[in-house]
Design a binder for this molecule. Structure first.
Ligand code: BYC
Ligand code: FE
Ligand code: FE
Length: 471
């Protein structure tokens, strides 16, 4: 189904045929635009940005690139094409036809999942709103804005589901999405990591690597949902998510590259003298962003997760490729726990361990990216290895939340933690140093000193292309 950009709200869901829904969404739209103006990228309203816009949802053929004035970006509602005769593939309804409407008995659970997902999207835009003022290049500025407009569209995706399938409660939840704000003491965003600031670009790249990757795994689990419109929405969102993680992975890699270049050139580990970010500081930022992102998967043992699975609302990563009965009523799964001051492996019913399983898939994926950064270090002949900290480190949700652990996974006491915290997590001085490097570089083809240029430009354009035009 093609996307009609003549519509006030571009869509491929035949919105024009449902006047009530169309009117309700058109009523929500001005509030969204106000939110974008007040809480979206600062001082961006006059810029023309080389953005991609979805023109078709078919695999491979959906992207169109052109300079767009950002507030005029066409946020719309796009679902992946329906799969003929799609079935529910797990849980107690396994084998039944996928639902085209919300089953009354699962309304509350589905609403909650959709609201939690939707809340993260505008939160990330709020967290990143000042970054444009200190971009390391026009290439990076463009990527930031691409991520921001797509997260805005992800909010649209969830708001569409709320409006289309949850009636009055759904409309109220859609209003609340614009009323909560990242870090607001009275009305914060729902999940922990989305109330942390993203004050500079190192944090931005870490966030898009680690936290957007939680998005990938959560969306993949929701893409398995028995609720077909939710599944189709998430499938299309995943195609956009890939770019966000690309920005994070290559962003950190380019920082690493610049750092090891300077280490070799000056035969020193102390690259701060030369205006770069030293590897131990990068390690601390990894420790922080990885640990708060692990929290986003919920508790190791969760009856919520078991219920979502049994009800057919949220599956596992690549559910249909897993070789088991997809009901898990008899199975066990290994989960870590703390026993007598040590971390040990315990067995839990697989149904209650669904969050932990998704976290494991995520951990493996993170490690792949870290391996790539380590290759960049090795290729420069530098002897240093970046590592993911142990999953017990710096956790606030689940089995490890009551204890302190070192990055190696040793349970430590309060005193030990306090004396090492500044070595394990970014200290005030580290943050001030990273902050001090930030300053806008807006000449086409130029890059800040602390980051290497990317291997190639966007969509075949040269590195010195004017990815953003200031008016
Ligand atoms: N912070 O039974 P549990 C993205 C709460 S990112 C605060 O383990 P459950 C994106 C929990 O709500 C993807 N609270 O929970 C990325 C529960 O509360 P109640 C976002 C937390 O439900 C970058 C209690 O603790 N999508 O898209 O099994 C940029 C017990 O926990 C946290 C989703 O999250 C936390 N970290 O699992 C832009 C998908 N963790 O019942 C976008 C939808 C847990 O005691 N969400 N709690 O009041 C879910 O599937 C689930 O809500 C969770 C939690 C996996 C998050
Ligand atoms: Fe998103
Ligand atoms: Fe994202």
């Amino acid at each position: 189904m093609s996307i009609d950009y003549q519509e006030t709200i571009p869509n491929n869901v035949n919105l024009g045929e449902d006047r009530r829904l169309q009117r309700a969404l058109e009523k929500w739209q001005p509030g969204y635009l106000d939110w974008w103006r007040d809480s979206g990228p600062e001082q961006s309203s006059e810029m023309d940005v080389y953005l991609r816009t979805a023109i078709s949802v078919e695999a491979g053929g959906w992207a169109n690139y052109s300079h767009v004035r950002m507030p005029d970006y066409r946020w719309g509602i796009f679902l992946a094409p329906p799969e003929a005769d799609r079935k529910i593939n797990f849980g107690m309804h396994k084998g039944e036809p996928a639902w085209q409407e919300v089953p009354g008995e699962y309304r509350a659970e589905l609403r909650r999942l959709i609201v939690t997902q939707g809340d993260t999207e505008p939160a990330s835009v709020e967290q990143q709103r000042r970054l444009g003022l200190t971009c390391p290049s026009l290439y990076d500025l463009r990527n930031l804005f691409q991520v921001n407009v797509e997260e805005g569209r992800h909010l649209w995706a969830m708001v569409y589901l709320l409006h289309a399938y949850f009636g009055r409660d759904g409309r109220e939840e859609a209003e609340e999405m614009l009323a909560r704000h990242s870090g607001d003491p009275d009305k914060p965003r729902i999940l922990g990591a989305f109330n942390e600031p993203t004050p500079e670009w190192l944090s931005f790249f870490m966030f898009t690597f680690f936290t957007d990757r939680d998005g990938k795994y959560q969306l993949a689990a929701l893409a398995e949902s028995g609720l077909d419109p939710l599944s189709r929405t998430c499938r299309f969102m995943l195609t956009e998510e890939a770019h966000h993680m690309f920005v994070g992975e290559t962003g950190v890699d380019r920082i690493v590259k610049r750092t090891v270049e300077l280490m070799r050139e000056h035969k020193t580990d102390d690259v701060r003298k030369f205006g770069a970010i030293d590897l131990p500081t990068l390690q601390k930022y990894i420790n922080f962003h990885y640990s708060i992102s692990l929290d986003l998967f919920g508790q190791e043992i969760s009856t919520n997760a078991a219920n979502y699975f049994t009800m057919g609302l949220k599956g596992r990563y690549r559910e249909t490729e897993i070789d088991d009965d997809h009901t898990l009523t008899e199975d066990a799964y290994e989960v870590p726990e703390i026993r007598e001051g040590a971390i040990v492996a315990a067995q839990a019913p697989a149904l209650t361990a669904i969050n932990e399983r998704l976290r494991n898939d995520y951990v493996e994926d993170c490690q792949r990216g870290v391996d790539k950064w380590n290759r960049t270090i090795r290729q420069a002949g530098v002897d240093f290895e970046l590592k993911l900290p142990h999953r017990a480190f710096h956790r606030e949700i689940g089995a490890f939340s009551g204890a302190h652990a070192s990055p190696e996974g040793r349970i430590v006491d309060e005193g030990d933690w306090n004396s090492n915290e500044g070595l394990w997590l970014p200290s005030i001085e580290d943050k001030a140093y990273v902050d001090s490097l930030m300053g806008a570089v807006t000449t086409p083809g130029k890059f800040a000193n602390w980051i290497a240029p990317p291997g190639k430009g966007v969509y075949g354009q040269p590195l010195d292309f004017d990815y953003v035009r200031f008016n």
